[in-house]
Write a protein that binds this ligand. Structure first.
Ligand code: BG6
Length: 508
């Protein structure tokens, strides 16, 4: 597989998929849930309409709701219409729906799994020689252990007549110990190369393009280190509140929900060394090395390296404890203790109910060593920045100084911009799940998280969570919804002589 994100690349994957023999069944456990309705089915239907899913694919929805296959198809169709994303035409929908069947079953019950096995064998009868299966766990994470063990007990991981793969959604565990236990159970049933742990940020086009940007261009890599970079900022801001997920969220908080996975993945991709090939093991080895090098913050020192916030009104959300101390916002200062990044702070922040939805990575370069041009008294020597916008307006902005015309030696910060929308006009950016589902079906694990990677990430976040909940916890600052988080977060950077480069640079 290649690192580019073009349609040709996806077509190549589709060809690879078409080249696999036999029937492939995609079994979605949790088929009536939010993820299946909002993400998986629209992505599959879209892939099917683009001709990227082979006709032999069977989709089996499994859930505890009592529905017939016809009712389930209708339910998914309605949900897709309401969601307003990809809308298949009547023919596309009919062709796609034809390959969906539904079974009322409980993934944690052996008896149910036996019924599922019979259902699958009936589907596979078309080609009993080769029948591949992708089991997708879109169920409550508390059921993962039991579900995986049950698949094993039911003999459903046996890959003697076709491949078997398991896709597990985040969160993979709630801390290091539980993720380790989950890995143990997964490895007792499946081999590591059969397990595909999803972090949907890795399926986002700009996240993948970060690798192309870094490793397919010669001009940036020589300056991608402590000699030229002053610091890195990673912002994953969301304007939504926790809404109907409040109950889950109150037990989870922003560190588990966003930092352990999405933010640390972005950090790894920014900081990693170039792998020698773009292939799952090589890529993930490099990411693991970065996570190993992240300096651990002991629980008792967390207050010096983190800010905790909660949006005003959070405690009144249904499902939230009235005195909840759960952070809905956090900012962290991390260091990567290796040759390339020694002394370069990585500032990470994420929160709910913020002013805007935006994911961006900002690389701030060092100041020029000597300034020839006059600056006003209160002016700092201006730094160059590179802003990588992951969403919603995918692109890159490089800021540098230019001379203001006809104004002596006055300078102004100007921008070189690249935007997907204008540069690749007419080419829609696919949803992350399209890419990830294709990769899982073709067996390419490059954009999935390996067992050791997950555990390393927890080992970074666990002491920070312990610090947030312990006797030396940082104060919990309350911030108004629609702001950029607590003011103390700005002071946190100001104390380092830096400032958050506010969301969506260039916008007021
Ligand atoms: C999920 C978190 O993993 O990512 C959610 O559980 C969050 O709380 C979501 O809203 C953000 O994803 P995206 O793709 O909308 O940035």
């Amino acid at each position: 597989m290649t690192a580019t994100v073009t349609a040709q690349d996806i077509d190549a994957l589709a060809e690879a998929l078409a080249a696999t023999h036999g029937i492939t069944s995609l079994i979605i456990f949790g088929a009536s849930g939010d993820l299946t309705r909002r993400k998986l089915m629209p992505a599959l239907c879209n892939l099917y309409s683009k001709g990227r899913i082979r006709r032999e694919l069977r989709i089996v929805g499994v859930a505890r709701t009592d529905l017939s296959t016809a009712e389930y198809r209708e339910f998914i169709h309605q949900e897709m219409e309401e969601a307003g994303g990809f809308q298949p035409n009547a023919q596309e929908w009919a062709d796609f729906a034809y390959r969906i069947s539904y079974l009322m079953a409980d993934v944690t019950s052996l008896e149910s799994l036996r019924e599922l096995e019979e259902h699958l064998e009936r589907l596979e009868d078309f080609d009993p020689e080769v029948s591949n299966r992708l089991y997708y766990l879109a169920i409550a994470p508390t059921l993962y252990l039991r579900a995986i063990a049950c698949l094993g007990e039911a003999g459903m991981a046996d890959d003697s007549n076709g491949w078997r793969r398991l896709v597990v959604e985040k969160p993979f565990g709630t801390d290091l110990a539980s993720s380790h236990a989950l890995n143990d159970v997964a490895h007792a049933v499946f081999r590591e190369e059969q397990v595909f742990r999803i972090d949907h940020y890795l399926g986002k086009e700009t996240v993948q393009n970060l690798l192309v940007f870094r490793f397919a261009n010669a001009i940036f890599e020589p300056i991608w280190n402590r000699n030229y970079i002053d610091h890195v900022q990673i912002t994953v801001a969301e304007s939504i509140t926790v809404a109907e997920r409040a109950d889950y969220y109150d037990h989870t908080g922003v560190l588990r929900d966003m930092f352990q996975n999405h933010l640390l993945q972005l950090l790894s991709l920014v900081a990693m060394e170039p792998p020698h090939v773009f292939e799952a093991e090589a890529l993930r080895n490099e990411k693991v090395k970065v996570l190993n090098a992240v300096r651990r913050i002991p629980a008792e020192a967390v207050a010096q390296h983190a800010i905790a916030g909660q949006y005003q009104g959070y405690r009144a959300e249904p499902g939230v404890a009235p005195e909840s101390q759960t952070a809905t916002y956090a900012a962290l200062r991390l260091f990567v203790d290796n040759w390339r990044w020694q002394g370069v702070p990585f500032y990470l922040r994420s929160g709910k109910a913020l002013q805007d939805k935006t994911t961006e990575i900002i690389i701030q370069f060092r100041n020029p060593p000597h300034m020839l041009f006059p600056l006003a008294d209160d002016e700092d020597i201006p730094a160059n920045t590179l802003a990588i916008f992951v969403q919603p307006d995918e692109g890159f902005h490089l800021e540098f100084q230019a001379k203001t015309p006809d104004a002596g030696l006055q300078m102004r910060q100007v921008e070189l911009e690249f935007h997907y929308q204008s540069a690749f006009a007419g080419q829609a950016i696919p949803d992350a799940y399209e890419r990830l589902l294709m990769d899982a079906l073709t067996g390419d694990a490059a954009l999935f998280t390996r067992a050791d990677e997950i555990e390393r990430a927890w080992s970074i976040i666990d002491p920070i969570i312990a610090g947030f909940n312990g006797p030396a916890a940082p104060p919990l600052y309350f911030y108004p919804p629609g702001s950029w988080g607590p003011e103390e977060s700005d002071k946190f950077l100001a104390a380092d002589g830096r400032a958050w480069l506010k969301g969506r640079r260039g916008q007021p």
